[in-house]
Ligand binder design. Sequence first.
Ligand SMILES: Cc1cc2nc3c(=O)[nH]c(=O)nc-3n(C[C@H](O)[C@H](O)[C@H](O)COP(=O)(O)OP(=O)(O)OC[C@H]3O[C@@H](n4cnc5c(N)ncnc54)[C@H](O)[C@@H]3O)c2cc1C
Length: 290
Amino acid sequence: MKILVVGAGIVGLNIAYTLNERGYYVEVIDRADRIGSGISGRSAGVLHLIQHPLNSIKAILARLGIDRYRELSEKLGFEIYNVDLNIVGYNILDKLYLESIAYILRRNGFKPRLENIYGSVNPPLSNKIRYTLKISGYGIVDPINTLYKYVEYLSRNGVEIRLSMEEYDPNNYEYIVVAAGPYTYRLANGIDAYPPNHRYALGVMLNVECQVDAIYTLPPNPISRYTKGGAAIPKGDYTLLGPGFRWVDTPDAEPIEEDINNVYKKFVRLFHEPPEISSTLYGVRPINYP
Ligand SMILES: Cc1cc2nc3c(=O)[nH]c(=O)nc-3n(C[C@H](O)[C@H](O)[C@H](O)COP(=O)(O)OP(=O)(O)OC[C@H]3O[C@@H](n4cnc5c(N)ncnc54)[C@H](O)[C@@H]3O)c2cc1C
């Protein structure tokens, strides 16, 4: 059986990997002339252990997915960097809020530790931060390097990956799997419309010139059900701030200056001294909402 996967992002490559593992003949095709042109190349690379709501199917799948990712990292040879996640608190109200999150996390199988860090925070983190709710076992990957490791492995195992649509003939395949990121619904159905119950969100992240040793995140917004928080994420000798999301109409939307300012304003309060922005990164993702 010949199967074609359209889209060489992390989803398409994973599908190709699984089909190949199960003995099917697979090819992968992408319209871009390079790997990582879609959102998989712009992700923050955090393996989310926690998803909201904590007992949702999405959250359970995220936890299971991490075990699978750890297995794959050994087989394919990409690195997972282990760090702590710290949800920070500035005052006694935040402390109460963090305690309530800790209670829910414990009931869902996590082992969070609430630490009082009064007076012991070193730069670059703000010395206004008084508490952190620490959860160990968070993984971070380099998204582009991970995609390349998939490509190398698949190519070694007989999967052809073509970065051009020129020789594309759908009649050559018995099955076509569409894994085109935010374009999937449109491509699979041949229509120019939103998927039902989905919207597009433009995510902006900033590379800033400073180093942190763990993921630091603001307390999740208890009012917003649909947008996720964001974080300061360690990336070697720089830090990634964000993402900050805004609803947009199409998957081709680009950020405006206000998006960048909003992300900076939101996350800069984590730091002792405002860090310099060295570059920006963005991507549009489909987000489903009930
Ligand atoms: C700012 C931001 C930060 C994120 N951070 C994280 C994170 O820390 N952790 C996490 O788990 N997730 C994160 N995500 C989400 C994650 O990046 C995506 O869920 C994931 O990358 C989606 O992968 P994909 O393969 O579906 O899409 P893509 O990577 O977009 O792949 C789709 C591929 O299809 C190709 N394609 C599109 N249209 C066509 C067509 N017509 N014909 C042929 N090929 C086509 C594209 O060129 C592309 O290569 C983040 C997303 C954003 C926007």
